[in-house]
Design a protein around this ligand. Structure first.
Ligand SMILES: [Zn+2]
Length: 106
């Protein structure tokens, strides 16, 4: 017996990001998004710090490191330049942020 499965339903943005991750976009690709990320952060409602693991609204960011490719955000909680914006191809979930932390801060 075949299990009913609706392939016609489009994936939402969140599911697409998970899929990109599982398809093997490397963590270094995600790490690159923690730099020169001002434009990405201005376009989204959410971001996560891969150092202190907090998820928050980008308007909380007040300090930026100047970069000719675009300013880099500093985390308002821990002060590190380790903020991953939502909407750039990676899930802002506790699981993914923990994985990034293990890769870059342990
Ligand atoms: Zn932080």
């Amino acid at each position: 017996m075949q299990i009913a499965h609706d392939n016609r339903k489009p994936l939402n943005a969140y599911e697409q990001e998970y899929l990109a991750w599982y398809k093997g976009k490397s963590l270094s690709h995600a790490h690159a998004k923690t730099m020169a990320n001002r434009k990405d952060l201005e376009r989204t409602q959410r971001c996560g710090c891969i150092h202190c693991e907090r998820v928050f609204h980008p308007t909380l960011i007040i300090d930026w490191i100047p970069d000719q490719r675009g300013d880099t955000a500093e985390c308002p909680f821990c002060g590190l330049d380790a903020i991953l914006p939502d909407g750039v191809g990676f899930p802002i979930t506790a699981e993914f942020i923990r994985k990034m932390k293990q890769a870059y801060f342990y």
